[in-house]
Design a protein. Structure first.
Length: 179
């Protein structure tokens, strides 16, 4: 950040403000503290019968690999709204969200994934602009070695384990996973 988004001055410095304990970007002209906080990625695992919907990414990072439909939340959007929007954008599918499935933190890069479970309405979907392909997979068909992100692998493994056990629960995960 070179110019202050508040006053336009080019006097941003990294200092620890009074009453704080971390380095922050502070404008030396208007004294505004420009906080940088983690990003939330919201997504849904769309379910239809015994299958789940995954998308093959058409964009970097991890172009060509499979992912649970998810993306960065937009401003003024709830987590579940953003998650459902991502299913529409990536797979042209509509979901009825049934609950929260996983909160998966990657503290190293300041990202938190929030994955919901949702019913894929009428089993209908297409291929959104950000996807090369979208497909319903049974557990046996999941391309485990071609998954884009560890958050997706975490969510899928927990989902199938829960389904076998006949339970619905919320999972907390961290990268790297503890064994
Ligand atoms: Zn300023």
């Amino acid at each position: 950040m070179n110019f202050c988004p508040n006053c336009g001055a080019d006097r941003i410095e990294k200092i620890i403000p009074p009453d704080d304990n971390r380095l922050r970007l502070v404008c030396q002209n208007c004294q505004t503290v420009h906080y940088r906080n983690p990003k939330i990625v919201a997504g849904v695992l769309p379910i239809y019968g015994d299958k789940v919907l995954l998308c093959k990414r058409a964009i970097e990072p991890c172009k060509g690999l499979w992912n649970v439909p998810s993306g960065y939340l937009e401003n003024k959007e709830s987590a579940e709204e953003g998650a459902a929007r991502e299913v529409w954008e990536e797979a042209l599918g509509k979901v009825e969200i049934t609950g929260i499935h996983a909160v998966y933190s990657i503290a190293r890069i300041s990202q938190v994934y929030v994955h919901f479970l949702g019913n894929l309405i009428d089993g209908k979907f297409g291929i959104g602009e950000e996807s090369l392909e979208c497909k319903l997979f049974s557990e046996e068909e999941i391309p485990w070695s071609e998954m884009a992100f560890t958050s997706s692998t975490f969510t899928l493994r927990r989902y199938f384990a829960d389904r076998k056990a006949g339970v619905t629960q919320t999972h907390l995960g961290n990268y790297p996973e503890e064994k």
